[in-house]
Design a protein around this ligand. Structure first.
Ligand code: NAP
Length: 285
């Protein structure tokens, strides 16, 4: 019988443990707050009496925790020998550097870390189209491919254990900023009597940045910042209109003011006639 250990039973770890039970796996779980295992135990999962018992129960240990402080708070409860020969799929979000240090910490104990960055919310675990960034040794991923694919598809980025964390964080950089920009625009809409339902079709169209990304990426790669279709100076004027509209609506203007400040800095550095892609140079400083 296929078997796996899942440590961490927040919404994500619970969804993962349920997905393994759905797929007929023998599932061992451990969580700081043991009561979160109740539903899983009722479905046949085993609640390990200790971290050591959880780690030694299976070759593959899936970690789904808040951050790497939680990872150490838990794993340090087990003796170093418990990890020998194990593969730890660490699907905990944190920085690339912390992912690399954890991989080294596990290697010192004879274990291999596969770092993962899950790209979907818990309800989509085990569903078609769900994907996770992975990085770490190819052979470890291949050995556990079937078990990992119970959760999501695998996007293996390379051997560096920090790479999955990096891709995850740059994705989150876009995700949070983009999502908050939607909420900000909805606040302005509501201040002007426009409901979320009314704004939805327009918001969906505006949030579809595919055309722009596909236009910009090859130009950025080629170092071509010519302002052929838009210019930083236009961005300054446009963001001033946005900020004035926001303020006239009585809504907090700190988000558009930050964007306007970036455009103004680029213009002040002499890039007014260049494409918006020049912001990358300003941001890297
Ligand atoms: N939820 C999502 O939509 C989503 C999507 C993609 C990726 N992720 C990532 O997946 C991971 C898990 O997500 P989640 O939503 O399940 O997160 P979460 O609710 O923050 O995870 C909580 C888990 O971490 C444990 N924990 C936290 N601090 C601890 C400590 N000091 N000592 C021991 N255990 C500790 C909790 O134990 P207790 O139960 O005892 O508190 C629980 O098992 C996160 O890294 C998150 O960024 C989440």
């Amino acid at each position: 019988m296929n078997s796996v250990t899942v440590i961490g039973l927040g919404p994500m770890g619970q969804a993962m443990a349920h997905a393994y039970l759905d797929s007929g796996y023998d599932v061992t779980v451990w969580n700081r707050t043991a009561a979160k295992a109740d539903d899983l135990v009722a479905r046949g999962a085993r609640l390990a009496p200790s971290v050591e018992a959880a780690v030694t129960a299976n070759d593959l240990v899936v970690l789904s925790l808040t951050d790497y402080d939680a990872v150490y708070a838990i794993l340090e409860q087990a003796p170093p020998a418990a990890f020998a020969g194990r593969t730890v799929a660490n699907l905990t979000s944190d920085t690339p550097d912390k992912a690399r240090k954890a991989a080294a910490w596990l290697a010192e104990r004879g274990a291999v870390q596969i770092t993962g960055g899950v790209q979907v919310p818990p309800p989509l675990i085990g569903k078609e189209g769900a994907e996770t960034y992975y990085s770490g040794p190819e052979d470890a991923i291949e050995t556990h491919r079937a078990a990992l694919e119970v959760l999501t598809r695998i996007d293996h980025l390379g051997e560096d254990p920090g790479l999955a964390a990096l891709f995850y964080q740059i994705g989150m950089d876009m995700f949070w900023t983009g999502l908050v920009s939607y909420l900000h625009a909805q606040a302005v809409a509501e201040a002007n009597g426009i409901s979320a339902e009314r704004f939805l079709p327009n918001a969906v169209k505006t949030m579809d940045f595919r055309y722009f990304l596909e236009y910009y990426a090859p130009r950025i790669a080629a170092g071509n910042h010519e302002g052929q279709v838009e210019r930083v100076a236009m961005g300054v004027a446009s963001m001033e209109h946005v900020l004035h509209t926001v303020e006239a609506s009585g809504v907090d203007g700190s988000l558009p003011a930050t964007v306007l400040d970036l455009f103004r800095r680029a213009a002040a550095e002499g890039y007014g006639e260049d494409s918006l892609t020049r912001l990358i140079e300003v941001l890297k400083r």
